[in-house]
Ligand binder design. Sequence first.
Ligand code: SAM
Length: 218
Amino acid sequence: MHTTGSENTASKMPGLLLHKAMAYDLGVWILTFGREGAMRRKILAHARLQAGEAVLDVGCGTGSLAIEAKRQVGSAGTVCGTDGSSEMIARAAKKARKSGFEIEYESAPAQALPFADGCFDAVLNTLMFHHLPRLSREQCAREMRRVVRPGGRVLVVDFAQSTRKEPIDFLDHLHRHGGVDPDEIVAHLEGAGLKIAESGNVGFMGLRYVLAEAPAAA
Ligand SMILES: C[S@@+](CC[C@H](N)C(=O)[O-])C[C@H]1O[C@@H](n2cnc3c(N)ncnc32)[C@H](O)[C@@H]1O
């Protein structure tokens, strides 16, 4: 599945990398009021995963979504996770071992994924688009398009960019570090050659999703 000769350029990649992996998990637990599992399942419902599928989670962080994805694709399916932060990858690998799931993790930039063309049925990208500068979002969208198979799916989920000057509540205050205009996500995915299948609210903490499909092979 990996491309040969791909160079790991993680150390010089643009994007806001996170390094405090344990603190990240604690932060998610607090932000979701202990309902992270419910959030992950709601997100994944939009990816329409089937048993036996090959899934890639780009910018996987500490790997909670990848674990839930593996649960859904089962033993016949495969899940890979990539993140630019080796600390996040290390924690993700530890969590997978603890949960008894076999998941492949690699430290790699979202702008240059170390995989061959068309080798995944579904590519996931959650809560990370806002960590990328604009040009990198374009590159990431192109890379996700490249590694998804014809007819496969790409799911991007992120906080919608707030247009308010003042935060309205505690969660809004915490999220003001970032968000992405959902129309911008749509434009990047379409620009990469994907067709938008569906978009809307995840139904959890103001998260928005865009599901796109790669054109079927001619
Ligand atoms: C807010 S976290 C989201 C993690 C995970 N997807 C989740 O849903 O919990 C954003 C992640 O993107 C990673 N990241 C930021 N820029 C990146 C890049 N250019 N390439 C790969 N990962 C990147 C960060 O290290 C961090 O783990």
